[in-house]
Design a protein around this ligand. Structure first.
Ligand SMILES: *Cc1c(COP(=O)(O)O)cnc(C)c1O
Length: 419
């Protein structure tokens, strides 16, 4: 079952200061989960999680995760700039980009970030524009389908990312000549995986590849970056990944492939986004309309511009009617936002308790790829973000956009100059 970290009382307290809609994050949930991840992988001395900034690019969230040892996985100029402003440098930043601009590589080098190259041709590009660092990571795409016969998890063959196996060998040889002393391997082959098998399976492929590359070329690999992709239970009948089982599966692969061949100090990195944040955020919205036509509609003051996943992926996000947690789900509704887009539906044919005007809905699991994917279509303004702190108080961690923000890029016209 889905539990909600926000009570009606606390929601009302927040709303009296900051009107709905807003995203709210649970500091305690984020902290416990981050601590558990580090504990699960504590058998690997150099383990480090590089939080995928794109999932929730907020300074308060990033600073909170940093307390547990997390670095940042950046993929764009803005994300690198955010890392720079927040004081991250060097081994605290993984730069996992693709179709990268020269400007981005220049900033990544200035920050001494670990650069994760997405293609063979990027070697010359990086050399020309920013120079080759002594430590570098390569992104591997083994092609084909990824998973087991029973469980196909992803389709790398169709993914735009990464180097082929043959290109990895070429890249390592070339980079060695260009002065690289330390290598890492990265791969991201499936997204939002359920169950405990994804990392262990991925680890086997990657560890084997690293061992081959070291034997073929004589270079030193010092880390393996398992990247993101661990999913969360969006649906009530799904279970949370058991991170200890995941870690144990990875350790078995490590022992049989690395330790057995005398490599005991290769570090493991992750770049989790969804797993770190999604369950610990919710979109809070107020019921403002009902409509009875061919369906029963609940109209809310949030829309797909605040949480895009249902509209673009048909993704399931659980909904709790705050204060009605224990009432039976006796009615069937579509819960919809105000965009002039028929896909703007948070839920379709959803069983909920009887809902009234002014009820406050908590749309679960918006903590990653939620606010971050927000946009301004239909002139909708991105919402505020609030942190519910471990001590029970709350704090604004991003203000809501205003109409002035919306019109700011039209200040080339007199009518839109800021008043
Ligand atoms: C998006 C992304 C992640 C995080 O993915 P999750 O599914 O949120 O864990 C990690 N690494 C890279 C390179 C990404 O693009």
């Amino acid at each position: 079952m889905k539990k909600c970290f926000l009570t009606l009382t606390k929601a009302k307290e927040i709303i009296s200061e900051f009107p709905t809609p807003f995203h709210v994050y649970d500091e305690k949930g984020i902290s416990d989960n981050a601590r558990e991840l580090y504990d699960a992988f504590s058998w690997n001395a150099g383990f480090k999680e590089y939080f995928a900034v794109k999932a929730t690019p907020n300074p308060a969230i990033i600073r909170l995760l940093a307390k547990f040892g997390c670095g940042l996985d950046c993929s764009s100029l803005a994300e690198l700039k955010m890392a720079e402003k927040l004081g991250f440098r060097g081994n605290e930043i993984m730069f996992s980009s693709n179709e990268t601009s020269a400007e981005e590589y220049v900033l990544a080098r200035k920050l001494d970030a670990i650069i994760n190259l997405d293609d063979l041709t990027h070697i010359d590009f990086l050399d020309t524009h920013a120079g080759i660092p002594e430590k570098i990571c390569l992104r591997f795409n083994p092609g084909g389908e990824f998973g087991t016969d029973k469980d196909i998890m992803g389709n790398p063959e169709e993914a735009k990312y990464g180097l082929t196996r043959a290109q990895l060998t070429q890249a390592v040889k070339k980079l060695k000549l260009l002065g690289v002393k330390e290598f890492g391997l990265h791969s991201f082959l499936a997204s939002n995986t359920v169950g405990n098998d994804y990392y262990p399976l991925l680890a086997r492929v990657m560890f084997t590849t690293v061992l081959e590359l070291m034997q073929e070329t004589g270079v030193k690999f010092t880390f393996v970056n398992l990247s993101g992709g661990i999913g969360i239970p969006y649906r009530p009948e799904q279970e949370k990944v058991d991170i200890y089982k995941v870690s144990f599966g990875v350790k078995q692969a490590y022992d049989s492939i690395f330790t057995a061949n005398g490599y005991t100090d290769i570090k493991l990195f992750t770049e989790l986004g969804r797993y770190m944040l999604a369950p610990y955020g919710g979109l809070v919205t107020t019921v403002i309309h009902f409509k009875h036509t061919y369906r029963e509609y609940i109209g809310v003051d949030a829309c797909a511009a605040h949480l895009m996943r249902p509209a673009i992926y048909g993704a399931y996000h659980h909904i709790t009617v705050l204060g009605k947690e224990t009432l039976p789900d006796e009615k069937v509704y579509d819960v919809v936002g105000s965009l002039c887009e028929n896909s703007d539906k948070f839920a379709i044919n959803r069983h909920l308790p009887i809902v009234d005007y002014g009820d406050i809905l908590f749309i679960h699991d918006s903590g990653a790829h939620g606010h971050a994917m927000g946009y301004n279509y239909n002139g909708k303004l991105r919402s505020a973000e609030i942190l519910l702190q471990s001590n029970g108080t709350f704090r604004l961690i991003r203000r809501a956009e205003t109409l002035d923000d919306y019109f700011s890029t039209l200040d080339i016209y007199d009518e839109f100059k800021k008043s």
